[in-house]
Write a protein that binds this ligand. Sequence first.
Ligand code: 26Q
Length: 817
Amino acid sequence: MTAVDLEFDHLNSTPDALRRSISNRLIYGVGKDAVAARPQDWLHAAALAVRDRLVARWMKTTRQQYEQDVKRVYYLSMEFLIGRTFTNALLSLGIYDQMNEALASLGVDMAAVTELEPDAALGNGGLGRLAACFLDSMATLAIPGFGYGIRYHYGMFRQQIVAGEQVETPDYWLRAGNPWEFPRPEVQYIVHFGGRTIQHEHGVEWIETDHVNAMAFDTVIPGFGTSATNTLRLWSARATEELDLSAFNQGDYRRAVEAKEHSENVSRLLYPDDSTPAGRELRLRQEYFFISATMQDLIRRYQRTHSTFGRFADKVAIHLNDTHPVLAIPELMRLLVDIHHVPWGHAWKLVQQVFSYTNHTLMPEALETWDVDLLAKLLPRHLEIIFEINAGFLKEASGHFGHDIDLIRRISLVDEYGQRRVRMAHLAIVASQKVNGVSKLHSQLMEREFFSDFARMFPERFTNVTNGITPRRWLAQASRPLSSLIDARIGSRWRADLFELSKLRAFSEDPGFCAEFRAAKRTNKIRLAHRLLHETGLAIHPDALFDMQVKRIHEYKRQLLNVLHVIARYNAIRANPERDWVPRVVIFAGKAASAYKLAKTIIRLIGDVAEKVNNDPVVGDRLKVVFVPNYGVSVAELMIPAADLSEQISMAGTEASGTGNMKLALNGALTIGTMDGANIEICDAVGRENMFIFGLNASEVADMRASGYRPRQIYEENEVLRLALDQIRTGYFSGGDSHRFSDIFHTLVDWGDHYMVLADFEAFTEAQTAVDARFRNPRAWTASAIANVAGMGQFSSDRTIAEYARDIWRVKPLQTD
Ligand code: 26Q
């Protein structure tokens, strides 16, 4: 920054200057008088005052990017699970305390208005939140990056629990306006659908299409400890003509409006992560809508400074966050070949240099495929391009492997078994210069099992980049008690270099530090207890062990294993109430996909078990069970800092990485977990003695499956387990209703127990006993908790992004002077 900039920044950051800005923004931005302003208006005015301060940095960064003619990264994601922005922006700018003071001087309680901001919940879970952490880290590292996605009107549904069952309500997060976005009506692209193709002498033309406009909305992404910022550009659908004039002129006003509404539906709502076929066509439209606008936008930006495509691959890197944006590949081919008249071979070379792809799941049912007939109807030109890519690829494969028809069938971009379908992951792999998994185990499984044919053909393409999380939101912002304590001991540099936390190892036996560490955790636990009391009426004791499983509800994540342990513990307490039980609060949170029946039944079971346990006078404070509704980014920021124990108990080989595991460990929770995903790397980093690892590992799971897994035998032989399962089956928790949970019982006992819950039950119970023993010894527990925090350096998303930048995107940070 120049001296003038510094001066400017300083002036702008005093409480006094902020107070003036807020007052101004209230009047001229919100249009309210201070006497009439509601808390919501103050939040809006304060947000605008903060945004003004970001914009100066934003303009400067954009100018520098242009002047330095940098290579840019385009991070394409159907999901960005941002959460709230206000506090995050204040911390990035370093004006949190000043804002607090400014608002106080205006008679406004900052903590209270902060709670009014809705989450931008434009994502389902891990994948979307990862994208949000990556934006934060790209800006912080001054990597010239753009996030591209969809501006959904309705984000992730809100979850309410009504009579024990999940009820979804729409999340209209834009209701009160969004002060963080800049509409860009001048940035619009036409996106085509349908129609047919015709072959001309000089190429192919796509004609008789329907179209919709994509309009840009930009959000500033501030970096931490730098003046660098980035842009998140989200597309919103606008009808190409305001109204269907012919219908209008014929007096059919309703039909005229309907047509407009219909075309604008494409960006209306976030699809929940479930594999129900209903509504699939709109999902495909969404995917194409957003990548078409994005590809047109990035080509236009490139062409502003370049007259040929000769340097395209030196200036552009396009990253595919899972397969959801994979249509960007045929779309870029179409734009280059059909519109810009680049020869096919040259265009394909460019494509293979610019794309990279991250896989986030290996579950076969979750790998995306699209029906060939649907593609032919909606995107006929793209289907032709995909077939042509496939022909070239299969020829290359035959050259590489010789003529092996089984292999060709396996790797083809088109699945020919039954209804023909395009395999999006195969297309992504064939077109990308790098393909990565999100933890060491996951990347290994990708190479050795799921995509082994591709890995043999393109060994240099496959790599691993283990996930990370931003320490700004997940420690500095979420836990002020713990972050101030850390600042006091080792300084504040850890926010930008998380390896600094290793200095805390020196204090793991320091009585003063340990006492303060416990006090910080206790403060966070009290904060959560207050909220729960207020919202659910349940009183929990802050000195109990807070045992948390917070994540989407899914069979592979095995919330049921946790519930079975809770039931077993309940039975044991009732049998021996006088034993010195370690008081525990078992806390669950997470959403079930609306069409995922068994996941919803699991929520019901948790609620019923909670009801029984919490009202049993024999049990008292020894055990409490809570389901916290509407888990999302903001609820996570409240819950995670209050956890003592982190449940990461997926069946080995199923959780690609996990990132909640990192957030919880960073906040000093000890992990009880399987050797799955990033748990394995957390274990290496913090020491196995500071975790509770249990159960089958990935290869043991495979072996057991191969040798014939028999869950019913386990049920019959393990008395504790049998009692718990029989209680579930016979209606012990459901007021005698023996029907309610029969699917859960049969899934585990009779229908194969696909995720091997029963196989791991005994090991899990033993690990839980070890947890109790450690918790009884506060010194040992705290030492382990500190070791967890101290070992988290490598799980900063700054490290992750630095690896992507160096090894995959080959981009350098902007010189920000
Ligand atoms: C697909 C088709 C139609 C509608 C929705 C979807 C869809 C949407 C979201 C499919 C999958 C997702 C999300 C997947 C996800 O969150 N995966 C998680 O990614 C994290 C970040 O890498 C990992 O840490 C988790 O292990 C992984 O489960």
